[in-house]
Design a protein around this ligand. Structure first.
Ligand code: C2O
Length: 345
């Protein structure tokens, strides 16, 4: 049999990495040098309650205060605790700036702009959601979804800009706060009407989800394999709206539009997780539109793996093949309209 070229990190080989071309950052976890025992991923108990991720603009006061409480507890945990918000945020820094080396190789591992983009973020927010739920003793807790692809969701959801809640984050572009509509293909300010922005966004979604994404690699990103170097060709949705909204949210006063504008700092902003719920949902929407015909079957992708701490502080090894069916992962998405499906530009 051919030798596997699945990708995975060497947890004991972590080093400072570049946060921006001019900035070295250190996000390695405390004590990474000592060998860590891990267990392989297991699906949650199918008997347990399903976590239903709902559009953020539909959350009620009760949902918001539960999440607010969970997030404030998470933010108060010490840095030694892998469940702490700072450590959760640094997971993104670790896997996205090349802090870890790959197993059996001294090449840095970096998941963006490759076919690992969708599965890695799915796993990251899966554990993040379970940790938040366990901090408030609620096994139905589900992350909100920032549904920026429908007109009702095209502004920053209100609770993220409420200074009295733990979702507020100062490192943002304040000129993009509501009522400003998001520009899904943001590069510079467009100065167009709300109606024009909505139409532009819907037509853009059609391109990214349908007409520009009729082949596997076009949507999923390039094949990234061990010992072949970094492939560096993002899928349609990863490039935009994903990257563009990161930039749109991040502060215009920072050189890399941090925090959301750069990999090393992006997950320090609580809106990162609602943004990625929507990315995760759209991955499944694309698969459904393509009738699952374009799903990747390459074992090097299916066997690529990562390590995450779960809500019980156990270190878990998760493979891409473990996370392809969200029903088995115990969560679902509330149905969201697809007004862009018939918005061919
Ligand atoms: Cu890992 Cu939204 O970026």
């Amino acid at each position: 049999a051919a030798k596997s070229k699945a990708i995975g990190p060497n947890l004991t080989a972590c080093h400072p990495s570049y946060g921006r071309p001019d900035l070295l950052v250190y996000c390695c976890p405390p004590g990474f040098e000592s060998p860590l025992p891990f267990v392989d991923f297991q699906f949650p108990n199918p008997q347990s309650h399903v976590r239903v991720r709902r559009p953020a603009h539909l959350l009620d006061q009760n949902d918001i205060s539960k999440y607010n409480k969970a997030l404030s507890i998470m933010k108060s945990l010490p840095y030694d605790d892998p469940r702490s918000f700072a450590r959760q945020a640094n997971l993104h820094c670790l896997f996205c700036t090349g802090a870890y080396e790959q197993q059996n190789s001294d090449t840095p591992l970096s998941i963006h702009r490759t076919w690992l983009f969708f599965p890695w973020h799915r796993i990251m927010i899966y554990f993040h959601e379970r940790i938040l739920g366990s901090l408030i003793g609620d096994d139905t807790f589900a992350l909100p979804v920032w549904t920026w692809d429908i007109p009702e969701g095209m502004m920053i959801p209100n609770f993220y800009v409420n200074m009295n809640l733990s979702f507020f984050h100062p490192e943002r572009d304040f000129s993009h706060f509501p009522p400003q509509m998001a520009d899904l293909d943001y590069a510079t300010e467009r100065h167009i009407s709300r109606e024009q922005q909505i139409d532009t966004n819907l037509a853009f979604m059609y391109t990214q989800m349908v007409s520009g994404a009729r082949k596997t690699e076009l949507f999923m990103g390039c094949a990234y394999k061990a010992n072949e170097g970094y492939c560096n060709a993002p899928g349609t949705v990863e490039r935009a709206p994903h990257n563009t909204l990161h930039t749109w949210i991040g502060s215009n006063l920072n050189p890399g539009r941090e925090d959301m504008g750069k990999f090393y700092s992006a997950a320090k902003d609580p809106i990162f997780y609602a943004h990625h719920s929507n990315i995760d949902r759209l991955w499944d929407v694309w698969r459904e539109i393509q009738e699952y015909q374009l799903d990747i079957k390459d074992p090097d992708w299916l066997d690529s793996f990562f390590f995450f701490y779960d809500e019980n502080l156990k270190l878990i090894r998760v493979k891409v093949r473990d996370v392809l069916d969200i029903t088995k992962l115990g969560y679902s998405y509330e149905e969201v309209d697809r007004p862009w499906l018939n918005k061919r530009p």
